[in-house]
Ligand binder design. Structure first.
Ligand SMILES: *Cc1c(COP(=O)(O)O)cnc(C)c1O
Length: 361
């Protein structure tokens, strides 16, 4: 796939862009350009085009509006200490995008083409990459079924798009996340789409998010669909449990059973924790084991991780069976240490021992 350039002829003026980048929020502003590529069953992928950011026009009978055949990714470009810009593990996102496509009967975009489009947009809109640690340019690649027609079948046409938005540092150490453990709704069932990063999973989760908010919680914790007992993940993030404390602590995360989204942050933190000398373990943890572990002091910290927020400490858990506070309700020392280390790698201030960073500029 070649990338043809038609960058914005009227980019956002530098002064305004600097203001937006200095208080980026998340998803509040979009950069000057975007990438578009089309696929058809007959011709495969067209060349990708880098074009001015703009609305797209679609026929109301386009398949995605009716049957939700859609997938997406989320990855970040980070400002480096020397002023350059690097991506964090973009090949991993490309590989997951291809796996999500296969599950949702969408065409696979080759990983090298996925990465090439991300690099092209970041290079073009590099002025939008914020400068402070923890801030980044968030990239959102996505693909929709673009065949026009209401027949229920895998679409014979697809559209790939890539947009970018500057992102603030999410973390608020003084305000850890509270979670509602949902036994009423489930996110994913065996054989379903839990492993795919698709919009449909999120559409189905929003009512539970609303229920969590009603209970005064920030996020939902999902349990397995069959026994409604085993902890899977939190909202759009994976979960970690710290057992014990100090150098002897064990960093534990639920196994990838097929109903969890295999997070790249999760996978990276398992490596980082090992590098820092902690024991790491993947397995099953029930809500009762979580509650009992917190009560006995065995579980000292709980945190969630994902590209958008990197790491968020979890202070309090609530459920129909009762509420409990984790540790002193503040993000713990190991949560903070892992966060600092991973952000250090991402911003190029900690050695990139595993070759995770891809320099763009
Ligand atoms: C994207 C996502 C994650 C986190 O994945 P990362 O690759 O770490 O960003 C976790 N859970 C769900 C449901 C997700 O959609």
């Amino acid at each position: 796939m070649k990338i043809q350039l038609k960058p914005s002829a009227n980019p956002v003026p530098d002064v305004e862009r600097r203001e937006r980048v200095s208080a980026p929020g998340f998803g509040k502003y979009y950069t000057d350009n975007m990438v578009v590529a089309n696929w058809s069953e007959a011709d495969g992928w067209s060349d990708a085009e880098l074009v001015p950011y703009a609305p797209i026009t679609l026929d109301p009978a386009t398949a995605v509006f009716h049957y939700g055949q859609e997938i997406f990714e989320g990855l970040k470009a980070y400002r480096q200490a020397d002023g350059g810009v690097s991506l964090f593990r973009p090949q991993e996102n490309g590989a997951r995008f291809a796996r999500s496509a296969a599950r949702m009967a969408l065409p696979e975009l080759p990983v090298e083409d996925f990465v090439a489009t991300v690099e092209a947009l970041v290079k073009q809109d590099a002025g939008w990459v914020p400068n402070n640690p923890g801030e980044s340019l968030y990239l959102r690649p996505f693909m929709i079924a673009s065949e026009v027609g209401l027949g229920v079948r895998p679409s014979n046409a697809a559209m790939y798009l890539l947009i970018a938005t500057p992102a603030a540092a999410y973390f608020n150490a003084a305000k850890p996340v509270s979670v509602w453990i949902s036994t009423e709704y489930v996110r994913a069932a065996p054989g379903g789409t839990g492993e795919a990063k698709c919009g449909g999973n999120y559409a189905a989760s929003l009512v539970a998010q609303k229920a969590a908010a009603k209970e005064g919680c920030d996020q939902v914790v999902w349990l397995d669909a069959v026994e409604r007992k085993w902890v899977e993940e939190m909202g759009g993030m994976n979960l970690f449990f710290v057992k014990g404390s100090g150098d002897k602590a064990t960093i534990f995360t639920p196994s990838l059973t097929g109903t969890l989204l295999p997070g790249i942050t999760r996978y990276s933190l398992l490596t980082v924790a090992k590098d820092l000398g902690y024991n790491v373990e993947e397995g099953m943890i029930s809500v009762d084991q979580w509650r009992a572990g917190v009560a006995s002091g065995e579980i000292t910290e709980v945190f969630a991780c994902g590209t958008a927020a990197v790491i968020s400490g979890i202070g309090e858990a609530k459920s129909a069976q009762g509420n409990f506070t984790i540790g002193d309700g503040k993000p713990g020392p190991i949560t903070m240490k892992l966060r600092e280390h991973l952000l250090g790698i991402q911003h190029g201030t900690v050695a990139d021992a595993h070759g995770w960073m891809k320099r763009v500029l």
